[in-house]
Write a protein that binds this ligand. Structure first.
Ligand code: C2O
Ligand code: CU
Length: 507
């Protein structure tokens, strides 16, 4: 449990509560988890943010969505004090980090949830460089904005050199706590987050997409039962959707990149000739995205933080929880749309790529779709791991056959009434995942990067893998080298909340 020793070196005081609307994004000066000072506070609290003129009340870290960027060097130690000013329990999970079990942030599995008014101090070493994320691991809190990027740098040579970099954190943002008119306080700052709230439609509500959060009710429905509103995954798809491709069914009022809606996009500045590394991350709870940049190709260099042999593509598809790092060569001066298209949903997320050495020109219009969005992607089979890890040159010591069914079951069981997956230390463990549902499931394993099995035998190392629908099969292997109790679950947070989890336990 967290200790309240305020004299601990390196930690800074808990910041005052946010009092008014803040422009977004602007983490309030306490993103001190930086190289040389990898310690700081992540203050979870109700906040108000201005999304292109619509002031909304939501939950976030340190006054913004996303929370502050946590950036440190490989081998360094994160010391993060989580303070809870929410009206609900919370924890932080460090998504993709191969860390010590007690710091993994899963309530009821690795720690007690942090109650309102309490705090918890996370302290762990980061063994791998890469693009990671942190997010709340309680209920639907991630969907309200309790997330941020976690970047681990390294002196080791990268697959491709680059001159500058940007984080591109993509979210299906749920206005779960209500919307107020600009400048008006909602009065719902302490509303319970659970349950569907105004402006948030379930699958049955397709077609009723209001397209604007401004029309949604400011009153949350704290007593509504999520389970009752949970759609069957086999429900008919919305018109125009390709059910074989979709990842989720919920309609969102806004899609954000780095906390900015399409109407107020962030600008990434580049100069001709530069190589720009983009750290693409899908922190959406229920939405897959396809990302492309008009006028440019991207070269994938990392999958979930882990290096691969570079592969040039026009578009990248990201399931929830996945990250891809790409390098873009700035060789086409102008002002360009970077688009993240939510799969099978209306709406758009975008940023703008602007060459500072090009003549001024108008930015792309709000929903201009780069032709590259329908261009070439790279399936897992075409990605080859290029890092330092060596997969044991043996067959698996233990294999789990796991069938992902509709209605968020794994082998018919609904967590927590589900058998743990028991492994022994040192084993090479194989998961064989078969998805019989009509939706792709992005499956995430805590604490253990894994090798995706591909025909080449040199597949990418990842921590989250998209299992295609309707009989799709994905296999991966990991070494049981990190003792503890670890969650394996669908990173569609509504599937997860509906029981699509298992615990991996060491014998
Ligand atoms: Cu980002 Cu248990 O997940
Ligand atoms: Cu799922």
């Amino acid at each position: 449990a967290g200790c309240a020793n305020d004299d601990r070196p390196g930690l800074i005081p808990v910041p005052p509560a946010t009092t008014g609307p803040t422009a977004n994004p602007s983490p309030t000066g306490i993103g001190l988890l930086q190289p040389g000072n990898a310690a700081g506070t992540l203050a979870a609290s109700p906040i108000e943010i201005d999304l292109a003129g619509t002031v909304v009340t939501t939950w976030g870290y340190n006054g913004s969505v996303p929370g502050p960027e946590v950036r440190l060097k490989r081998g360094e130690t994160v010391r993060a004090r989580l303070t809870n000013a929410l009206s609900d329990e919370t924890t932080i999970h460090w998504h993709g980090i191969n860390l010590v079990n007690a710091m993994d942030g899963v309530p009821g599995v690795t720690q007690d949830a942090v109650r309102p008014g309490e705090l918890f101090e996370y302290e762990f070493r980061v063994p791998d460089a890469g693009s990671f994320m942190y997010h709340a691991h309680v209920g639907h809190q991630l969907d309200l904005g309790l997330y941020g990027p976690l970047i681990v740098t390294s002196d080791v040579e990268e697959p491709l050199p680059y001159d500058r970099e940007y984080v591109v954190m993509i979210d299906d943002w749920r206005d779960g706590l209500g919307v107020t008119e600009p400048g008006v306080h909602s009065g719902h700052a302490t509303a319970p987050p659970r349950g569907p709230a105004g402006g948030f439609d379930f699958l049955g509500g397709f077609g009723g997409n209001k397209g604007s959060s401004a029309s949604s009710s400011p009153s949350p429905s704290p007593t509504a039962d999520d389970a009752a509103g949970e759609p069957e995954e086999d429900a008919p798809p919305p018109p125009g959707a390709n059910p074989g491709e979709r990842l989720g069914g919920k309609v969102y009022p806004m899609y954000l990149i780095n906390g900015r809606p399409a109407a107020d996009p962030q600008t990434f500045e580049v100069r001709s000739g530069e190589r720009v590394r983009l750290r693409l991350m899908n922190i959406g709870a229920d939405t897959g995205f396809v990302v492309a940049i008009a006028g440019h190709r991207m070269t994938i260099t990392h999958t979930d933080g882990m290096p691969i042999e570079p592969v040039e593509v026009e578009a990248v598809r990201l399931g929830m929880g996945e990250r891809y790092d790409v390098v873009v060569t700035a060789d086409n001066p102008g002002v360009w749309q970077l688009a993240a298209l939510p799969e099978a949903k209306k709406g758009f997320a975008r940023a703008v790529l602007r060459y500072t050495d090009a003549a001024a020109s108008d930015p792309p219009s709000v929903d201009e779709r780069p032709a590259e969005l329908s261009g070439r992607q790279a399936p897992y089979d075409e990605l080859h791991y290029a890092g330092e890890r060596t997969r044991p040159n043996t067959g698996p010591d233990r294999t789990f056959d796991l069938t992902l069914t509709s209605n968020s079951r794994i082998n018919g069981q609904r967590y927590p009434d589900a058998d743990p997956l028991e492994v022994a230390a040192g084993e090479l463990v194989r998961f064989r995942l078969t998805n019989t549902a009509d939706l792709a499931h992005p499956m995430h394993l805590h604490g253990h990067p894994f090798w995706v099995a591909t025909p080449s035998g040199r597949g990418p190392v990842k921590d989250t893998v998209l299992v295609p629908p309707r009989g799709g099969v994905v296999e991966f292997d990991f070494v049981a080298d990190n003792a503890g109790a670890w969650l394996f679950h669908c990173h569609n947070h509504y599937h997860m909340e509906n029981g699509m989890n298992r615990e991996v336990r060491y014998l």
